[in-house]
Design a protein around this ligand. Structure first.
Ligand code: S3P
Length: 441
């Protein structure tokens, strides 16, 4: 295997984006299915489990905690293998023999933290250089309040050490909207005595709530108030993971931005708490058709078609940010094709896999964009065609892919250094993009 951060990919301009695509399994949903399967009774099988490094980190961690994880070939050719997990039951995980490596995955560290807080042993969660810079105070507070002893490095950054305990349910109101933090508290609450509630300051993705129901638990959702009763046992189940709308976002944005484009994405998750992207694309002027064709384990799934339309200026307001947080890097690139893009209330971007405000603006400027940082967002002024150039992905999968989309509209080629970062969520991204990009012969 090649060492990370050694691959440079050159992306050349495209005339348009066209064709059909199936994106990899949803990363957020895959993490949750793996974690719940590990603490369920019996066997779960997960089809279309996300192929990236982040979700592999979750599987490695639950295996190190005694869940039996195996892969068997999928029923249909070309599909990813089925992941099978034999769970250890509620509070049944075993003490790990070494530190648990969460790699680049904040979701793994924060949500697994909630699971481990209820287990009567000490565990230490570590991550790569990027994850080791990310704030963990947000889980340390509530998990400590529930009765676990949780410590971290300077500035409440990883490594995180957890001495689990018999937890007591709490009523928790996070300061910042975060599905990872909500999930950590709900997972701890499932294993605590009494009831646990989370009152969200703004709605975030609700996959944990839906996944708990799929595994047989009862969860009450009343607007932004979520309640789970402790002590409910989960049952192993057979699951199918919808395609990841956050991965689909890259080609969807390219289709919205480039004249003559038309892409269809099949079997993609259309959960309303993830689909705000589609409203933003419509506001930008794209023709967007989203058709829900079914429910997979309580998650709406269907078809998405995006076509280019007249481009308008786009303003993304603070209240919209939590529901498009992962799509903001690629939405920024819309400003390099035509109308301008302005985002505020998105200070959280500074504590993602990279400082996504600083690195995004630096990369787009290196390609010729007229872009500026704000403390809590950015502005990309439209009307200046990119030239291309050399950018660095900064160990951030979504930056690597966002730069590739911007590159399609440049006048010359763009070299993306550290492009192997895409392996975190979408290993086949460049192959898929090449297939859809229409280029002069
Ligand atoms: C995620 C929640 C979001 C998102 C991340 C995945 C999840 O993070 O940015 O990529 O799966 O719950 P926050 O909870 O930190 O907002």
């Amino acid at each position: 295997m090649r060492a990370a951060d050694t691959v440079t990919v050159t992306v050349t301009p495209a005339l348009s984006i066209a064709g059909a695509l199936r994106v990899p399994g949803d990363k957020s949903i895959s993490h949750r299915y793996a974690l719940l399967a590990a603490i369920a009774d019996g066997r779960s099988t997960i089809a279309n489990y996300a192929p990236g490094a982040d979700c592999a980190s979750t599987l490695a961690c639950v295996a190190a905690l005694g869940a039996i994880v195996s892969r068997t070939p999928a029923a249909a050719p070309g599909e990813p293998p089925l992941v099978t997990i034999d769970g250890r039951g509620l509070r049944g995980l075993a003490a790990p023999g070494a530190a648990l490596d969460c790699g680049n995955s904040g979701s793994t560290m924060r949500m697994l933290g909630g699971v481990l807080a209820a287990h009567p042993f000490i565990s230490t969660l570590i991550g790569d250089a990027s994850l080791s810079r990310r704030p963990m105070r947000r889980i340390i507070g509530p998990l400590s309040q529930m009765g676990a002893t949780v410590t971290a490095g300077p500035g409440d950054r990883p490594p995180v050490t957890i001495q689990g305990a018999n937890l007591t349910g709490i009523h928790f109101t996070p300061e910042t909207p975060s599905a990872q933090v909500k999930s950590a508290v709900l997972l701890a609450g499932l294993q605590a005595s009494g009831e646990t509630t989370v009152l969200e300051p703004a709605s975030t993705r609700d996959h944990t709530e839906r996944a708990l129901v799929a595994f047989g638990a009862r969860v009450t959702v009343d607007g932004r108030l979520i309640t789970v009763k402790g002590g409910q046992r989960l049952s192993g189940v057979s699951l199918n993971v919808p395609g990841d709308i956050s991965s689909a976002a890259f080609v969807a944005v390219a289709a919205a931005a480039i004249a003559g484009s038309d892409v269809s994405i099949t079997n993609v998750g259309l959960n309303p708490s993830r689909a705000a992207l589609l409203d933003v694309l419509k506001r930008f002027g794209a023709e967007v058709e989203a058709t829900v064709e079914g429910q997979w384990n309580g998650e709406p799934v269907g078809r998405l078609r995006v076509r280019h339309g007249a481009m308008k200026d786009l303003v993304i307001t603070p209240d919209e940010v939590p529901e498009v947080i992962d799509e903001l890097p690629v939405l920024a690139t819309l400003g390099t094709f035509g109308g301008s893009v302005s985002v505020s209330g998105a200070g959280e971007l500074r504590v993602k896999e990279s400082d996504r405000i600083a690195e995004l603006v630096a990369g787009l400027r290196a390609m010729g964009a007229d872009a500026d940082e704000r403390p809590d967002g950015f502005q990309v002024r439209g009307g200046r065609r990119l030239t291309g150039g050399t950018v660095h992905a900064r160990h951030d999968h979504r930056l690597a892919m966002a730069f590739a989309i911007a590159a399609l509209g440049a006048t010359g080629p763009t070299r993306i250094e550290g492009a192997d970062a895409v392996a975190v969520s979408y290993p086949a991204f460049f192959e898929d993009l090449d297939r859809l990009a229409q280029r002069p012969n």
